[in-house]
Ligand binder design. Structure first.
Ligand code: MN
Length: 285
């Protein structure tokens, strides 16, 4: 039997270091950050982009708005590269460093919903939450699958089916692997396909309206959700509707500035801009 200290060493997550070292850069500070639909445990997850994001931003509060881990897919086929471990490490680390982390499990990680109400490791697990912005607006935060029974948005490619979606994600990966080799930035194929599909657009706007309406009937000023992998920030019937998007296709996050101003960050674009800046500096030098 190995000595117990060795076992403890391996299990001591917070004192270990990530496989991909944390970047030493001055982090952009926000009041709040929302991310969701990371789908750790699947090939579609853009863990490298998310790691880059987490290394460049910080906040007082961070909401993990569900489908962080894809329990459904993991059950079928175990897939867990080091980058996925590194995402978990970074999330737990920022909780330890003092960020208030609120984890609201979604339908793909619903196994964690049974722990709603618990707090451990600086992470609060909740079924939903009310967030108050710096300028006093009250936002309902939930994953969004609560509305699956009344909308079809979760199947924005319903008539193509899950197999086609998985295939599309695979093509998305190949395209981006090729683009990366050519030094080109990340580009979301499915995001463009989705925008072209009329039914998908109808499903999505139906979902957005249903969620906004439900939030309105609960007396809040707005709602933040995920689930349909479509980032958005707009007003619907007097209710502010925010969707933080996903890290499978869009690679987006929702942030609140210190004055309460909300903004959607498109991280692939940010990385592309950074690369362009570096190229300009290189040319100038
Ligand atoms: Mn979901």
């Amino acid at each position: 039997m190995p000595p117990l200290e060795n076992v403890a060493d391996i299990a001591d997550f917070l004192h270990s270091t990530p496989a991909i070292p944390e970047r030493i850069v001055e982090r952009r500070r926000y009041r709040t950050i929302w991310i969701s639909d990371v789908h750790l445990g699947t090939r579609g997850c853009n863990a490298d982009l998310l790691i880059d994001f987490l290394d460049h931003v910080d906040s007082d509060t961070m909401y993990l708005v569900g489908d962080m881990i894809d329990g459904w897919r993991l059950k079928k086929k175990f897939y867990w590269p080091v980058a996925h471990n590194d995402v978990v490490w970074r999330l737990l680390k920022r909780a330890k460093r003092g960020t208030r982390v609120v984890y609201i499990p979604g339908n793909h990680d619903e196994v964690f919903r049974q722990f709603s109400g618990l707090d451990f490791g600086g992470v609060s697990i909740r079924r939903k939450a009310i967030h108050e912005t710096a300028d006093g607006r009250r936002l309902l935060v939930l994953h969004g699958d609560e509305f699956d029974a009344i909308t079809l948005a979760h199947r924005w490619l319903a008539y193509l089916g899950d197999t086609a979606y998985t295939a599309l994600m695979a093509v998305n990966r190949w395209v981006n692997a090729a683009r990366r080799r050519m030094g080109m930035p990340y580009w979301s194929l499915s995001k463009h396909a989705k925008a072209k599909v009329k039914n998908a657009v109808a499903f999505i706007s139906q979902f957005e309206e249903v969620v906004a309406h439900a939030a309105g009937s609960r007396g809040v000023d707005g709602v933040v959700c995920g689930h349909i992998h479509t980032a958005e920030a707009r007003e619907i019937g007097g209710i502010q509707y925010f969707n933080d998007g996903d890290w499978v296709e869009g690679c987006t996050a929702l942030v609140e500035h210190h004055d309460g101003r909300m903004e959607l960050l498109h991280w692939a674009d940010e990385i592309a801009a950074r690369t362009t800046d570096a190229a300009i500096i290189a040319i100038a030098a």
